[in-house]
Design a binder for this molecule. Sequence first.
Ligand SMILES: [Zn+2]
Length: 247
Amino acid sequence: MTDLPNQLIDTLRTARHVVALTGAGVSQESGLNTFRDAQVGFWAQYRPEDLATPQAFERDPQLVWDWYAMRRTQARAAAPNPGHLALAEMASLFKSFTLLTQNVDGLHQRAGSPAVIELHGSIQNVRCASCSLHYDSWQETSGEVPHCPACAGLLRPNVVWFGESLPSAALQSALDATQACDLFFSIGTSGLVHPAASLAYAALEHGACLVEINATETPLTAHATHALTGSSGQLLPAILNAYHAAR
Ligand SMILES: [Zn+2]
């Protein structure tokens, strides 16, 4: 495991506004397959790009609904890992702490993180494909795509599909927090999916310290103030231990 730089712990001790952006790597450590790796068994015949689109839902809503039902079951069977728990603890350590995630599985909330900003939505709730009303729960009869109680339209997972924009309120909150932060963590994310990936660069432009935690190098690595290579489930608790020990 990478040694923690003393400078990083000093930065953490003096930081007031902290933002963390998490991606698939954090969920992977809870045993959740990435989008692409999830295509096994019956689902191996489909590419995610052919299921996670508005066109796919229009063409075959039942197929798309079933795929998300499978992924929801996987997410519910997974448990938050020490990285999720460390991020939940960080919420109480700074004047402000904003957690942004590209993950749709709800594991941060289950770890106890308050006010998670879900940039790509969540598979744990739905919205109406016709009238856009959101629902946290729904009636499902023998696995059929449920209907909106208000307008009888089809309910769809409340996630961002290929070709769709990020939810504007979530994106604006993410930008506001990023522009105000003095420390930005990019954790378990490839740094390739925009606009979420551009947040780390926006933080740098505003003079924030950028800490990257990832299993491998990414396009962001060369720009990071501190780049830590390894598992977030090990590195984040180690960072918190060092932070507490230094106080
Ligand atoms: Zn509706």
